[in-house]
Design a protein around this ligand. Structure first.
Ligand SMILES: [Zn+2]
Length: 340
């Protein structure tokens, strides 16, 4: 396991100190699996002001298609050959086809009837229930032998800075034969790693991170929680690896509960920094991908300028896919660890 980094140094004449010379360190890290770069800098302290949520949310309920008075009227149904019941409903959660599909088997699952749930009030049980709804959808499409039932993915955009166009919490749920870019790159690199080293990359990563402790957060059941060495998020990423599990359909109810328990810990920790938006993606292999391990990436999102609504994804990240993280992941680990 190679944790490579190139140290950089910038010299400036500092206007805050009578134009005296000042050295600013930074670092370019390489993801140990894919080689993807992540630039670590000291741009600012990881502390943001939260907005007035009442003001932010006010009025959005009136046109929200996922609120209980509208969800069964305005959302579509699956045709009977995919899902005879049209939608999957469990308690106050509803799963239905994504009206803006980016693949042939896409669904959206609402996380209940409550329009706005503050990040720290989303319980592990609620997330687990919605994950189970998604799993039911995956098992049904797998049961009919659908050709897109290869990679089963749950994504979550929470609140506007994450890319979510709605306040109402919901998951993106889809099955696809086409692995999304980074997932495909990881799967290919993990296969190469297995061929070269004769071991599984993810098992080795967990062992190395547990031994060093620098980025290790903890273990819940067979899920191991880490701060990512080369994060994509500006405030770091939290990575959960499910030991021994190659593909989403192998996840047990217990695994789902453990993943959700860890997610709420990450949310509680980032809430203390003033973060209230995030992305969360499942990364999975196909059945029989021995080099794969199901893992989940939780990436906090924010604004570079909240008043202007400036995205934390700029040209560097959007067009070069080059990440900037505003603190060292080991420091971020120290801020998250009390919750784990
Ligand atoms: Zn709503």
């Amino acid at each position: 396991m190679k944790f490579e980094a190139i140290q950089k140094e910038t010299l400036i004449l500092d206007p805050k100190n009578n134009m005296a010379r000042r050295s600013i360190p930074s670092e370019i890290r390489r993801d140990p699996l894919t080689g993807r770069n992540s630039r670590i800098c000291h741009f600012m302290a990881l502390k943001w002001d939260k907005p007035d949520f009442e003001k932010l949310v006010a009025g959005t309920e009136a046109w929200c298609p996922f609120c209980p008075d509208k969800v069964l009227k305005v959302t579509p149904c699956f045709p009977e050959e995919i899902l005879p019941e049209g939608r999957i409903i469990s308690d106050d959660m509803v799963l239905f086809p994504n009206i803006a599909p980016y693949d042939s088997l896409g669904a959206v699952a609402t996380m209940g009837s409550r329009h706005f749930i503050p990040m720290t009030e989303i319980t592990a049980e609620r997330i687990a229930k919605t994950f189970r709804l998604a799993m039911e959808f995956f098992r049904k499409v797998d049961g009919i032998g659908h050709p897109e039932s290869v990679y089963h993915i749950i994504n979550w955009n929470y609140m506007p800075a994450s890319g979510s166009s709605l306040i109402h919490s919901h998951l993106q749920v889809f099955a696809t034969s086409v692995a999304p870019n980074l997932m495909r790159e990881e799967l290919e690199a993990a296969q190469t790693y297995s061929g070269t080293n004769g071991t599984n990359y993810w098992d080795d990563l967990v062992k190395a991170e547990e031994a060093s402790g620098e980025r290790y957060l903890g273990r819940i059941g067979r899920t191991t929680w880490l701060t990512a060495y080369a994060p994509m998020g500006v405030a770091g990423d939290v990575l959960a690896v499910v030991n021994g599990v190659q593909s989403t359909l192998e996840l047990t109810d217990g695994d789902l509960s453990d993943l959700c328990a860890g997610l709420t810990k990450a949310m509680a920790a980032y809430d203390k920094m003033g973060i209230y938006n995030f992305n969360m993606n499942f990364f999975t292999g196909a059945v029989g991908d021995e080099h794969a391990r199901v893992h989940l990436l939780f990436s906090p999102r924010t604004f570079f300028n909240q008043a202007l609504g400036s995205s934390d994804v700029g040209a560097l990240r959007n067009l070069f896919n080059e990440s900037i993280c505003m603190a060292f992941p080991e420091e971020i680990n120290g801020m998250l660890k009390p919750e784990f």
